[in-house]
Write a protein that binds this ligand. Structure first.
Ligand code: AMP
Ligand code: MG
Length: 335
């Protein structure tokens, strides 16, 4: 599934081209494909710095790396441990977004995510009893957090899958801002850092994947610069059983993959962690609540694709979004 997202992005590259003074590389980190494309002076050096930084993020956040900070924190249980300023920043922002979204975004779902094992080997639908048991081992009120200490109590486990790539996007943007790069696109598994403009001065074109299509199909194009774009979709990681698709975005209130009527949410926000977390949260909320939430916020825009092939674009993206697939209906949400 990750590969498909890459192909979609690759298509965008092929369509719109890049400059000659550039570095392009593809790596696999944080359990996902990462595509770095940097234009301008010292692009190799900048790409190296980005790669090093992403390795650091993996060491802090990956649930599959046994000695990552988050794995060690989960194992430390009630006794907790000292944490780095970086981990504090992620946990604190996550806790805040969790409150703000009334729990739709929830990093304390580690036990449920392990139970479903979506994206792992041979995933199976768990029994209702097992889901109910795992829900009991979730809940943000079990996270004790201060600037240099954290503890997760009562067997609860944190999972940063919904926010770590957005954090990585923020760190990447900081490197790009300090570099001599003229422009860059860095794709981190569903999150794209859009830095500067294309070499000809026009905005970058980012394809929005068609949730009902193949990997290279997209329903429209966003024209953007200097921001992070984050997409959450039911096509990213899933398995099927009895004709039902069980995808990786869990509704914390049910313990099951979210059945909100949404196929994908794309969030555009200068804050990458927020873009990443909100794309997951809005997916769980469903279209109406998501638009209500957008109306009450000022710092992001989004594109929501529902299961009835309806596309809702928020007002701030109206002139930056071109829908290219006539098979979808299209509306603009106003404030
Ligand atoms: P994303 O692709 O950004 O939507 O993030 C999905 C990933 O975040 C999943 O693979 C899980 O690791 C984790 N996750 C699933 N459901 C939630 C949720 N409701 N809140 C926070 N993280 C979640
Ligand atoms: Mg996310």
């Amino acid at each position: 599934m990750k590969k498909s997202a890459l192909l979609c992005l690759a298509l965008v590259f092929i369509l719109f081209g890049c400059s000659s003074a550039e570095t392009q590389r593809q790596i696999f980190l944080m359990d996902t494909i990462i595509n770095i494309s940097v234009q301008g002076e010292d692009s190799e050096l900048t790409a190296d710095k980005i790669e090093d930084e992403l390795m650091q993020v993996e060491k802090a956040c990956s649930p599959t790396v046994p000695d990552s900070l988050i794995s060690v924190l989960n194992s430390a249980g009630d006794s907790g441990m000292e944490i780095t300023p970086e981990l504090y920043e992620i946990l604190n922002a996550s806790a805040e977004i969790s409150r703000e979204t009334s729990g739709a975004f929830d990093i304390s779902l580690g036990n449920l995510i392990e139970l479903w094992n979506i994206g792992g080997e041979a995933p199976q639908v768990p029994t209702k009893a097992a889901v109910a048991e795992a829900i009991e081992l979730c809940g943000m009120d079990n996270l004790e957090l201060s600037e240099n200490y954290a503890a997760v109590r009562g067997g609860v486990k944190l999972n940063l899958g919904g926010v770590a790539k957005g954090y990585a996007a923020d760190r990447t943007m900081q490197i790009l801002e300090k570099s001599s790069a003229s422009s860059a696109l860095v794709y981190i598994g569903g999150n794209i850092c859009v830095y500067g403009a294309k070499p000809d001065g026009s905005p970058w074109n980012i394809g929005i994947r068609d949730p009902n299509g193949t990997a290279s199909d997209y329903i429209g194009i966003l024209q953007l610069g200097d921001t992070v774009v984050s997409a959450s979709g039911d096509y990213e990681r899933y398995f099927e059983d009895g004709g039902v698709r069980y995808h990786h975005i869990i509704d914390p209130s049910t313990g099951y993959p979210s059945d909100s009527g949404i196929s994908s949410v794309t969030v555009v926000c200068r804050d990458g962690m927020r873009a990443d977390a909100l794309s997951t949260a809005l997916f769980v909320m469903g279209k109406e609540k998501a638009i209500e939430f957008w109306r009450s916020s000022q710092d992001f825009e989004c594109v929501i694709i529902d299961k009835n092939k309806g596309i809702t674009v928020t007002e701030g993206l109206k002139d930056k979004c071109r829908i290219t697939d006539g098979g979808y209906s299209f509306e603009v949400a106003y404030r």
